[in-house]
Write a new protein. Structure first.
Length: 168
């Protein structure tokens, strides 16, 4: 099944591949991600940008983005970057988040871009975890912005503690 899905994803235009991977991961492992339909805007070894649309699925009674959708977007930006870097290592690593902190500045009243710029740091961390074999933690920052309404001004600053351990 995985081989078939990989072949299908490889046929997609490059700009759609990462989004398809998130949707498939969501469909099989985290249904809320599939339901919210985030889109990968940028994915590189240095940076991951995920877009979460403000729509019926993601908004609250105030017509701003619901807390759970904001949390899912931050999780997606940090977690997907770490997953990509772990896959590139060729090793099996257990990934989880140990804790989650959010500083809310304004309401997200339009689609939100979640940006994680710590790719190089996460890559070095993955290598460190692989060498040690021990569970280790790294705080990862994700910034959420609503460019349509507020430009580059952050609506939420997240810190998620990435917890990794090499699988035996």
């Amino acid at each position: 099944m995985q081989a078939i899905l990989t072949k299908i994803i490889d046929q997609l235009p490059e700009s759609k591949r990462e989004t398809a991977k998130i949707w498939l991961f969501g469909f099989f492992k985290i249904p809320m991600l599939f339901w919210l339909r985030p889109k990968v805007i940028e994915m590189s070894d240095k940076r991951c940008v995920v877009y979460m649309p403000l729509n019926r699925r993601s908004k609250n009674h105030l017509n701003s983005m619901y807390f759970a959708a904001l949390a899912a977007g931050a999780d997606c930006a940090a977690g997907f970057m770490a997953m990509m870097l772990i896959q590139k290592s060729g090793h099996k690593v257990s990934l989880s988040f140990k804790d989650f902190h959010a500083d809310f500045h304004k309401r997200a009243e339009s689609g939100v871009y979640f940006t994680c710029d710590q790719g190089e740091e996460i890559q070095a961390f993955v290598e460190q975890v692989l060498e040690s074999g021990e569970r280790m933690n790294l705080p990862v920052r994700v910034q959420a912005t609503c460019p349509d309404k507020l430009g580059d001004e952050p609506v939420v600053d997240f810190t998620l503690t990435l917890s990794l351990k090499k699988k035996s």
